[in-house]
Design a protein around this ligand. Sequence first.
Ligand SMILES: Nc1nc2c(c(=O)[nH]1)N[C@H]1C(S)=C(S)[C@@H](COP(=O)(O)O)O[C@H]1N2
Ligand SMILES: [Mo]
Length: 425
Amino acid sequence: MRGLFALYRDDPDKADRLLFGRVSHPDRRGFLKHAGLAAMGALVGGAIPFHRTMPAHLLPVALAGESVIEGKDGLVVLNERPLNAETPSHLLDDAVTPTARHFVRNNGIPPTDMDPADWRLTLDGLVETPLTLGIDELRQRFEVVTARLTLECAGNGRAFFDPPASGAQWTHGAVACAEWTGVRLADLLKAAGVKSGVVYTAHEGADTHPSGEPGRQVLSRGVPIAKATDPHTLVAFAQNGAPIHPMNGAPLRLVVPGWPGSCSQKWLTRVWLRDRVHDGAKMTGTSYRVPNRQVAPGEQVDEEDFVIIGAMPVKSLITSPATGHRTAEGRLAVRGHAWAGDRRVAAVHLSLDFGATWFEAALDTPANAHAWQSWRAEVALPQAGYYEIWARATDSEGARQPDSVIWNPRGYLNNAIHRVAVSVG
Ligand SMILES: Nc1nc2c(c(=O)[nH]1)N[C@H]1C(S)=C(S)[C@@H](COP(=O)(O)O)O[C@H]1N2
Ligand SMILES: [Mo]
């Protein structure tokens, strides 16, 4: 698949000829060859009803569904520019998400120069001494810590909203728990000296706006100073013991576990301390904000009635079996993970009868605060038929996952229970 991509980049006419049988300008209307269409249909797993109007030199995004991102494996690409790719649930089975399986959520175009040797991070604003530090200085001057930290996009699960919400149509896979190594943001801020009156951080990264307009910010989020100085909030320079993947923010990024992934600025260049709630790109309007009350599906909500999302809600994922699994009558091992924002997961329950009755799964304690917790159970599937396995987590404060989506205009915070289908017999 990568070969096909390279071919489209280097010689689009040849690529068209190979895939479609001939080059057709200005579009392929009527020219698509049967073999090419069948091959493409097989690749995307279905018929291609829109082929007649497919413009030339365009690689269909569905074709690009797998293995197109260097160093990533099995991710499903939702959008190519900016790049958004999620991980199928059954590929999130590991306690520590391998880098190759960590989702990618870009709002803009990543920087081209990610050389750690000349990367600089500036801490300024309401500090006694503004600091500009290289990555070597971070390693040398501050305590280096490693932790498994759960990162989930606030829009994970957006695909299930009805009425639909605009934005990347994540299903279940915009979540991961990698092992991150770096220094505590709290320690950096202490070295800079936090002045009184600080309310919020403001984060800046080196990516650029898709429009190409110079100076236009892509994303600049911040968090309340209490979250910034929480010892689990890291400025990370390693992911799973190796340099950070370029699409996950190399060479330096924030990891603000338990909060919307957008708080964890990638390609981090600056943390600015402010005396007010930060108002950078995607901090205002309806971005990463939800209504301050329950609203009806489809309801229009005034902008001033939105509040910024803080800690993410309790959620769980079934990572085995994969949905669509076929098995013989008998017992089946079921497993997955659960996480709960700034809280811990207290229990995970499973149901095999569409939520009528529930039984408890065995649940691991977290490896460290903000690591997701793995769970497992063995279930009996005594006779042939269609089963659904439902998983529902409850957090340490007693909050539990709802049965269905709690609707909000931009499709955030969908922590509805995960269901997988299994055929027996
Ligand atoms: N600089 C920068 N940082 C960013 C983003 C971005 O577009 N630019 N996306 C954010 C969002 S919305 C999420 S969910 C996480 C995703 O992290 P990942 O791509 O490493 O999985 O990165 C966040 N940090
Ligand atoms: Mo996100």
